[in-house]
Ligand binder design. Structure first.
Ligand code: M6R
Length: 620
């Protein structure tokens, strides 16, 4: 949602904070702002629009030598993306500045109370309430107290409902940043004579890889020499220290035009990293991270898979794989719908929540609902120490490395890889597949990174096609079996990046309505299952291609090398290497990612930061 960064130490805070914001801009880019403590003065600058606007303003400042500051990049919730609504927000006497990620749910009540007490608001944000409350609380805490600002923060947090990460600086406290978190992320970075706070470690990875994960409902005081953590009532608390195992290069574009292109190219390695240490030479799957006893594994009678957007699409693939391999019924749910329809689940319902960021509020609420029903929750997540893995019973990290582009690519392939591992592990633990059957799939999975690398070498025709589709009105995507979620994912990527009408359909469903969308020249992208697998699927989709072509569609066919049956019906043919039927999404999704990226770039859109979006959606 929003990105926040705080610094205190021996460097020029403006540089550290702006560097951090540059790395966090993927979280929101409606506005950006900083508050810097400079020679006892609080200097605040903020601008609507991208970070570049703020950079320009700051370049006009001379000085700014102070070494403590906070910065914010916003995805608007309360109030339009204007200069006035941009963070930081000031308390009434202008001595403190606050930034916020999340939503204060009781802000209307608080605002009314403050206005009745004579406070005048200058923004439409929920955050400004916090700034005024902090100003009042600070004045109420004894000036003798060394933790005066932290105590003010604790008192205010006790009054807030909702999700928030807050950072505050005060002009009386030159070397101090105070933070707080509930339901939104906050990590600290430990440096040498300097310390950091941020929404995620990428903001400070250039300076330190030693991080501290904060727990729920904690307040943190950060000075150049120390980090002190308490709960909201002042009781001492500890964070969880961890070492970040990737470096700052991983969070840079590395010569690519867009993060998205870099992340597409990283997919062979990312999938290899998801598999690493989880497959044995004798063809078994080792998932100690599932933390389930053989008895619990045997007793599972139903699986729910829950996620949003791309993660949901990965969940749909889980259904095909897990049901096929284990014969356990699997239901896939959009996280935002799950808890509102009173789903039936209990101690034998394995609930798998999938999330790249580990911060998606809809998914967090769904996992809490499952936990309340006593269902064991397994998270498939990329972000170490984020809320979703922390609140789950077990976690399977995907180890994809940082994903910066708003459009998920390597997160998707690694999530799909992780669900294959879970499905095989369940099949192995329950003895429903023979060892050699599992061994065959394990062998195929081992080769997946190689197959993905091969697809990447076959993308020139896709790039050319993208150029030619820049002015298309709509693109439809068709697939069958696991090709159906791939079609949904292809359409999601195109909508998100190219701002173009795109829909994914199960190919067999087309004649039940959507076929009327097709007119002369409509582009229809079809992923074709291997003719070597369940060839009935292959034959049926070849018929579907003919049906749309007969109605004037321009067909783009993604088919495996050597599949000649599709040639007569393909206006454009994109080849992918053969992989087993259930594993096909690992290769067939890649051309759709490249296509969406190419069309968006050809249309002049911002590929990494598409309009109206943010990388992680931390509000319901
Ligand atoms: O961080 P998460 O995986 O929980 O995010 C879920 C969705 O918001 C995310 O996949 C979104 O759909 C992507 N921008 C799609 O590319």
């Amino acid at each position: 949602m929003c990105g926040i960064v705080g610094y205190t130490g021996h460097r020029r805070a403006v540089n550290v904070v702006m560097d951090g914001l540059r790395r966090l801009e993927y979280r929101g880019y409606d506005s950006a702002g900083v508050a810097l403590l400079d020679a006892g003065e609080l200097v605040v600058e903020k601008r609507a629009g991208k970070l570049a606007n703020l950079t320009e303003v700051l370049s006009g400042h001379s000085g700014l030598a102070g070494s403590t500051g906070i910065g914010h990049t916003r995805w608007a919730t309360h109030g339009a993306p204007t200069d006035r609504n941009a963070h930081p927000h000031l308390g009434a006497d202008g001595t403190l500045a606050v930034i916020h990620n999340g939503i204060i749910e009781n802000f209307a009540v608080l605002r009314r109370e403050l206005e009745t007490g004579g406070v005048t608001f200058i923004s439409e944000t929920d955050t400004e309430c916090v700034a005024h409350l902090l100003g009042q609380a600070y004045r109420a805490v004894s000036a003798e107290r060394s933790d005066r600002l932290a105590e003010a923060m604790r008192r205010v947090c006790q009054r807030l409902d909702g999700a928030f990460t807050l950072l505050v600086v005060h002009s009386d406290q030159p070397d101090l940043v105070v933070g707080a978190r509930r339901n939104s992320p906050l990590v600290a970075g430990r440096g040498d004579g300097e310390n950091f706070l941020a929404s995620d470690v990428s903001a400070f990875i250039e300076y330190t890889r030693e991080a501290v994960e904060l727990g729920q409902d904690q307040v943190i005081e950060v000075t150049p020499q120390a980090i002190v953590i308490t709960d909201f009532f002042g009781a001492p608390a500890v964070g969880t220290d961890y070492h970040v195992d990737w470096d700052s290069a991983a969070a840079e574009k590395g010569g690519y035009d867009f993060f998205m292109l870099k992340e597409i190219a990283e997919q062979p390695q990312a999938v290899a990293d998801t598999l690493r240490g989880r497959l044995t030479d004798t063809g078994e799957v080792v998932l100690d991270d599932m933390h389930m006893s053989p008895r619990q594994l045997r007793d599972i009678d139903k699986v729910f898979v829950i996620g949003c957007g791309t993660a949901y699409n990965a969940g749909l693939i889980a259904k095909y794989a897990i049901e096929h391999w284990t014969r356990i019924p699997v239901e896939v749910e959009l996280a935002s719908e799950f808890r509102y329809r009173d789903p039936v689940l209990g101690p034998n319902t394995l609930t798998i929540v999938i999330s790249q960021s580990g911060e998606t509020m809809d998914t967090i609420m769904a996992l809490r609902h499952a936990s309340e029903q006593k269902a064991p929750v397994l998270a498939i997540c990329n972000t170490i120490g984020s809320t979703i893995p922390r609140e789950s019973d077990a976690v399977l990290y995907t180890h994809a490395g940082p994903e910066v582009a708003v459009a998920s690519t390597k997160a998707f392939l690694t999530q799909v890889t992780a669900v294959y591992l879970v499905g095989l592990y369940l099949a192995q633990a329950r003895g429903v597949l023979f060892d050699d059957e599992i061994g065959d799939i394990v062998a195929a999975l081992r080769k997946a990174p190689e197959a993905i690398a091969k697809v990447l070498t076959l993308m020139d025709p896709v790039r050319r096609l993208a150029e030619s589709l820049r002015d298309a009105d709509q693109v439809l995507f068709l697939g069958r079996h696991v090709g159906y979620p791939v079609a949904l994912e292809g359409a999601l990527k195109l909508k998100e990046l190219a701002y173009m009408h795109a829909e994914g359909f199960a190919a067999g469903e087309l004649k039940h309505g959507p076929i009327s969308l097709i007119e002369e020249g409509t582009v229809v992208v079809v992923t074709v299952p291997s003719p070597r697998g369940r060839s009935v699927l292959h034959d049926k989709i070849v018929s579907n291609i003919q049906e749309v072509r007969a109605r004037g569609a321009r067909t783009v066919v993604i088919a495996e090398e050597g599949d000649d049956a599709v040639v007569p019906y393909a206006d454009e043919l994109i080849r992918v290497p053969h992989v087993a039927t259930l594993l096909a999404p690992l290769v067939t999704t890649v051309p759709l990612q490249v296509l969406a990226c190419g069309i968006a770039a050809a249309r002049g859109n911002d590929v990494d930061q598409p309009r109206n979006l943010a990388k992680s959606v931390t509000v319901e």
